[in-house]
Structures are given as C-alpha cells and as structure tokens.
Ligand binder design. Structure first.
Ligand code: GLN
Length: 544
C-alpha cells in the first residue's frame, strides 16, 4: 500500500516546492523506500510544450515522450527515478480528457461538473500505478488561494478522507519573512496561509518554513500553536548554498524523521546519505575551475536551460572542478560591434544549446566556426548540432546552407522530418501541422560507430538511448559532403537515416548531438558527454 504525501505552497510562489519534494523523496529513498513524485499543474495548457521558456522555464522531456514541467527534472536528478507521462498532469489535460469522454457519450444523462468529474479524474491520476511504491509525493503547482488550483485541493481533501487514516500526509511550504525595520521574523503570513488551506478542508501535518534567517524556538512554537501542528513538525528551511545541500540540510532539520513519525512509522532504517555527502563534497571542494560559454537565445532566464546548467555542474563534479558558466546572447555576434574574439577567447569551452527559431542562428554558427578554427572544445546540443552541420556545409562550399526552420532554402542541410519510426510505429507529420506534442519526443536509440570518439566517451557502448525534442533533422543527403570536410557522422538512428551525433576527429573535442543528454544527467551519475566535455575544458584551461 503506497502512502501519499501532498505538497502545497503558500504565501508566495517560487519557494522551491519542487526541490523540497525532490529532497524529501531522496531522503526517503536513502532509507530504502521506493518513491515516485508527481506534479499537478493547474494551468489550462495541455502540457508546457508550446509555452515560451520565458513563461515557464525549460520543458523537461521524459523517456516516454511527455513534455513536462521542469520540476520533473529536479525529481529525476535527486532520485534517479525516470519520470513518466503519468507523473505530470495539467488542468488542461484533465479537461481535455473529460470533454472527450463527454462527447463520446460516456456520461450520458449526467451533468458534467467539477465535483465529482474533475476531482475524480485528479484522484485517478494521483492513484494510478502506485501499487509497488512505498511513497508517492504529489506536488501541487501554484499557491494556496489560487482559483485555478481549487479542484486539486478539493481532490486532496477527498483523498485524505477516503484513504486509510495513516496513509496520507499534508506538507505545506510557507515563507517566514524577515522585516528589517522591525528586526523580526514574521509568522503571520504562515498563519494566514494555513488558515486558507484549512478553509479548503486540508489540515497540514508538516510545515516547511522557508526563511533567510534562523527561526528561533519561540517563533517555531508560536507557528505550531497558531497553526495546530506539532512544534517538531515546524521545520525551518533556510536558504541553501547549493541545491545539492538541501537533502542533507532538511535531514538535519528533521524533515524525513517528522514525516515518518506523522505516518506512525517507527521502524524505519537510518538513511544512507553517503551519496549526498559525496555530491556536496565534490561541489564544495573543487580542485580547479573552468569557464564555459553557453551561446544561446534565452540567456536572460536561467530556468530556460535548467537541466543544461545542472548537467554542466555534474560534469564539474565528475572532474572535481568548479564550472563557471558565461551565458552569451548569440545575437550579439550578429551586430557590427559584437566582437566574437574578445568574448570567446577567454573561455575554456563553448556550448551551443537547443533552441527554436532563426533569431541568433548566425551568431551560433559564428561561435561554431570560432571553436572549430581555434581548437576550442565544442559541444552542440540539438539546434547546436544543426548549427555545427550548417557551419560545416558552408565551409565545404555550400554557401547557402541553412535549415528549413528559418524559411525556404536551396541548401536544406537541416530539414523538417515528416516520417520516422518510433516504438509505436511509423510517425508521420506535415509541414504546417499542429505544433503541440508533435515533435520527435522521448527516448530513441542511436548506433555509435565503433572506433569513434563518442563511443569511447560512452565507455565503449555501441548503442545508446537518449531523449529527443525537435522537429527538424540533419539531412543525411549531405553526409558525404560534410564527412569530406572532416565532420564525421558517428551516431545514427538504427535505420541509418537520421544523424544523431557528429564529431571532428581532427579537433581536441568537437561533438554535436541531436538529442538532449542534459536531461539524463544526475549529480551522483554525471552524463558521460558532460563528464568528457568538462574534462576537455580542463585540458584547454591548462593551455590558455
Ligand atoms: N528547433 C530545432 C528543431 O526543432 C531544434 C530543437 C531543439 O534544439 N530542441 O529541430
């Protein structure tokens, strides 16, 4: 029988509920329990796939091809458990499902309503496929009091009533602000938030209080008294020096102990925290540092490249170095005064990440050229690999080389894919078709050339599986021309039609991948490509 932990947030947004859920799951896992984390997003988009990264941050993609909230990335990075389509649901998806059922006539005769139809669908989602788990953590997006999240709160209230008495738990994350003028921490916002939650029929068992200052015992007691929670269950959550210190920090504050106690579990094993001790040791005690330039488009908002940022940090942990990331707007290199040499020369490696649209593409291509000519380690991811191929084609004499993503072209080195094989069979798309959920998404295998650099990076593997999210592909018709110019196609789809990896054997480290390796990197298991890329940057740092 799985136990359910419902995580809500109050007072303000951006309290880090996702990290909290991920850290609690990691602590329970460290005690030997089997965990899974789910995210409920109250907005009306069916999934975040069509939202701008500026709106929503990165879109995280699962093995089974779901486009999900970036919190699922935290969940995977902290637990190592691969998320699935069924771990993220939005109001949009729930309504889509209910309306489709209504049109089919499934509810014939009934009035379709938020209660019970929407709440039943939410409960179904929370409970599905949980038999083999010990704990299911359900994080509700948004803040208590939002109109959008009401059906989710109501579903939790019902579940807490319907499941066994010690089978559910409510964790509420709040803010205890420090008012400088008064020189005091204030508990009133937490009291209001708990009252709001109680008004919806949910009494929290654990309060996790985010604060910039230590919360004195007296204030904890006050919160406990006013909010009807045990004093030990008021857990201070101070700002952490790194997200990777959060599990150890919350453990010290007693979070996992109090969660187990609230469930009435008294015989839990002590947690084995060695994994987190090693991760924090590597993070806080580097033996050197490197500076990586990421030449992209959404550089103003780091959440847009969340997994990439973390994967670079993991690569640093693997090599015991600190990774400084310089975010560079590719468009700068398209302006007359955008001096590419002075910006890129001090860097130890250059990465061109994934992205969409033409804006900044010439600046990215110029960065690829700089890395190639100067022998600077280069890593191109998805759009970054496509730019590397266009650069190589132009170098090989195809002056008009471009991508059909940017408009009609006579030299479509990158073009829309209209047919490909997936586990579900032949996929077909048309140019100008629906944009939501129609890219090549999720895990696909790639075959690696035996004597290639990437095969060595992947520890001698000949077949790998990586996650995709793109609509365009490098055009295999240009393979011969590009290989003549020194860009080798070292990874291909099993049918040999879709280029997955390109590399330059005559360069210190030059790799382009059509997939997103950053999605599978974990702090305790850094992705081999990021490990290798940072190792190359370390070598480069000794040269410059
Ligand atoms: N825009 C490109 C495509 O759709 C690359 C996508 C990406 O980098 N994720 O193919």
């Amino acid at each position: 029988m799985a136990r359910f932990i419902f995580i809500t947030g109050g007072v303000v947004s951006s309290l880090g509920k996702g990290l909290m859920a991920a850290s609690l799951a990691a602590l329970l896992q460290a005690r030997g329990y089997k965990v899974r984390i789910r995210k409920f997003d109250p907005y009306l988009n069916v999934d975040p796939g069509t939202m701008s990264p500026y709106q929503h941050g990165e879109v995280y993609v699962t093995d089974d091809g779901a486009e999900t909230d970036l919190d699922l990335g935290h969940y995977e990075r902290f637990t190592g458990v691969s998320a699935r389509q069924s771990d993220n649901v939005t109001s949009g998806r729930i309504y889509q499902q209910i309306i489709a059922r209504e049109r089919r006539g499934d509810y014939l005769g009934a009035t379709v309503q938020v209660i019970p139809h929407v709440t039943d669908a939410i409960k179904e989602f929370a409970l599905a496929d949980t038999d083999d788990l010990d704990f299911v953590l359900c994080e509700i997006g948004g803040t208590v009091g939002d109109i959008e999240s009401l059906p989710f709160m109501e579903a939790i209230r019902q579940l807490r009533n319907e499941l066994e008495p010690l089978q559910t738990l409510s964790v509420h994350v709040t803010l205890v602000p420090y008012i400088a003028a008064a020189g005091e921490l204030k508990t009133k916002p937490t009291q209001h938030s708990v009252r709001e939650l109680a008004g919806l029929g949910i009494k929290p068992d654990i309060l996790l209080c985010r604060s910039e200052h230590p919360i004195p015992a007296g204030e904890r007691k006050k919160i406990a008294q006013f909010c009807n929670v045990r004093a030990e269950a008021v857990i201070p959550a101070l700002d952490a020096p790194s997200i990777y210190s959060v599990p150890l920090q919350y453990h010290q504050e007693g979070l996992d102990t109090q969660v187990l106690r609230s469930f009435g579990i008294t015989d839990a094993a002590e947690p084995d925290l060695s994994r987190w001790e090693d991760v924090t040791d590597r993070y806080f005690h580097p033996e050197g540092e490197v500076t990586i330039g990421v030449v992209g488009k959404y550089v103003g908002l780091q959440d847009a490249y969340k997994s990439l940022n973390e994967a670079l940090v993991h690569g640093g942990m693997a090599n015991r170095v600190k990774v400084n990331i310089r975010w560079i707007d590719a468009e700068v290199f398209e302006q007359d005064d955008g001096d590419i040499t002075s910006q890129l020369e001090p860097l130890h490696a250059i990465l061109v990440p994934g992205g969409f649209g033409e804006r900044g593409s010439e600046g990215k291509i110029a960065s690829v050229r700089f890395a190639r000519e100067r022998g600077v380690p280069f890593f191109g991811i998805c759009l970054g690999m496509q730019m590397a191929c266009i650069e190589a084609a132009r170098e090989a004499g195809h002056a008009g080389a471009s991508s059909t993503e940017f408009g009609a072209t006579d030299e479509p080195v990158v073009g829309i894919i209209t047919e490909w094989m997936s586990k579900e069979g032949l996929q077909q798309r048309e140019a100008g078709g629906d944009l939501g959920g129609t890219m090549r998404l999720g895990a696909y295998p790639a075959k690696l050339a035996g004597n290639s650099h990437v095969s060595a990076v992947y520890h001698g593997a000949t077949e790998i599986s990586e996650r995709h999210r793109h609509r365009y592909e490098v055009n295999v018709a240009y393979r011969e021309a590009l290989e003549k110019g020194g860009l080798v196609f070292s990874g291909m789809s099993p049918d040999g039609l879709l280029p997955e990896i390109v590399e330059r054997p005559d360069h210190p480290w030059f790799v382009g991948v059509q997939f997103h390796p950053e999605l599978k990197s974990r702090p305790f298991d850094p992705h081999p490509l990021f490990d290798g890329f940072i190792a190359a940057a370390v070598r480069q740092s000794r040269l410059v």
